[in-house]
Design a protein around this ligand. Structure first.
Ligand SMILES: Cc1ncc(C[n+]2csc(CCOP(=O)(O)OP(=O)(O)O)c2C)c(N)n1
Ligand SMILES: [Mg+2]
Length: 283
């Protein structure tokens, strides 16, 4: 099977990819005056490493059978994945102006029927990992060596289906399944550790038969090492990377606000957010 380019748009640093993803996400949120921007800023580094270091895909053929699958279990993070898909050249940049509008291909929650590169309709939390297990089994039956990645949130660790799927993945030794947990310690009702703590998280995954790593999800070098390790391991187990992230990362005045599931941004503050990003433009 032909190897697709991991870097379809030239030799750009991963830091710069992440910065551009953040910028696209802020621009989209500004179109509607809302969006899950705290989450998008928080996972931008993970998406940069996933889409510009780890995943194999063809920007001009997003449905290529050999592509690594990237499932967005967290449908409310759609704005973040749209930004990565724009950076990857799968969606045109101009389309961000349609974010959340009628007839747009970029609805506020991720829908597979609407958007190239959106593998599943997420949003009913806890469904991504079960679907990923089914996909990984199906690919194995087809002798297709693609990896299946599932991006889920710390809130989804409270869904029973997550752990049923975790058990099934280990039972079937799905070594090409990589689960990425965005551990931002936040969910709709407050801090995840206070609402219903999933700690110790890595130990739980290990007890379910997974290879588990925990990294700073805003540290690109640490993420590169974790993705490399998850893909290169020869152990016949599914892999999880638990990523501790900071909501609103990259926009200091938003980072300093009380962390919230839905960050409220005044109309004039979108420009301020872009200006803050621009002051920190990486090489
Ligand atoms: C099964 C299900 N229950 C409830 C919701 C409503 N809901 C949407 S986002 C969210 C928070 C879940 O936690 P997390 O994804 O960690 O939140 P974040 O980090 O984005 O604040 C909830 C409860 C949902 N989408 N699906
Ligand atoms: Mg969360």
């Amino acid at each position: 099977m032909a190897r697709s380019g991991n870097h379809p748009r030239g030799n750009v640093s991963l830091e710069r990819r992440a910065w551009r993803i953040r910028r696209y996400a802020v621009r989209m949120a500004a179109v509607q005056g809302q969006g899950y921007i705290g989450q998008a800023l928080g996972v931008a580094d993970i998406l940069a490493v996933a889409w510009f270091h780890a995943l194999r895909y063809r920007p001009d053929d997003p449905a290529w059978e050999g592509r690594d699958r990237f499932l967005l279990s967290v449908g409310h993070y759609a704005i973040a994945l749209y930004a990565a898909l724009i950076e990857a050249g799968i969606l045109p940049e101009e389309e961000l102006e349609t974010y959340g509008c009628d007839d747009s291909r970029l609805p506020m929650s991720g829908m597979a029927s609407h958007t190239p590169g959106m593998e599943i309709s997420g949003g009913s939390l806890g469904q991504g990992l079960p679907i990923a297990v089914g996909m990984a089994l199906a690919l194995r039956h087809k002798r297709n060596p693609a990896f299946v990645h599932n991006l889920m949130s710390d809130g989804e660790l409270e869904e029973g289906a997550t752990w049923e799927a975790a058990m099934a993945a280990a039972h079937h030794r799905l070594e090409r399944l990589i689960c990425i947990v965005d551990f931002n310690d936040q969910q709709a009702d407050g801090r995840s550790r206070e609402v219903l703590s999933a700690e110790p998280v890595e130990e739980k995954w290990r007890a379910f038969g997974w290879h588990a790593q925990r990294v700073d999800g805003n540290d690109i070098a640490a993420l590169v090492a974790a993705f490399d390790r998850a893909r290169a391991l020869s152990e016949p187990r599914p892999r999880v990377i638990v990523c501790d992230t900071r909501m609103c990362r990259g926009v200091p005045f938003l980072e300093r606000r009380e962390i919230a599931h839905f960050v409220r941004v005044a109309p004039e503050e979108w420009e301020r957010a872009l200006a803050a990003l621009d002051r920190a433009e990486p090489a």
